[in-house]
Design a protein around this ligand. Structure first.
Ligand SMILES: [Zn+2]
Length: 52
């Protein structure tokens, strides 16, 4: 899956930046922030609760 900064996270997890592989943690229902390096595209999400 992919996601973009400004969208609501559909699930809690760690989003991996598609450009630089930085990671941001977002909770379900919160808006996804930009990555620390200013990118806004994320290409995967990991560390979903209950799915480890
Ligand atoms: Zn980035």
């Amino acid at each position: 899956m992919s996601a973009h900064a400004g969208e609501k996270a559909q699930k809690t997890g760690t989003f991996h930046c598609a450009k630089c592989d930085e990671k941001v943690r977002v909770k379900q229902g919160e808006k996804i922030p930009k990555c620390p390096n200013g990118h806004s595209e994320f290409d995967s999400r990991t560390q979903e609760p209950g799915n480890k």
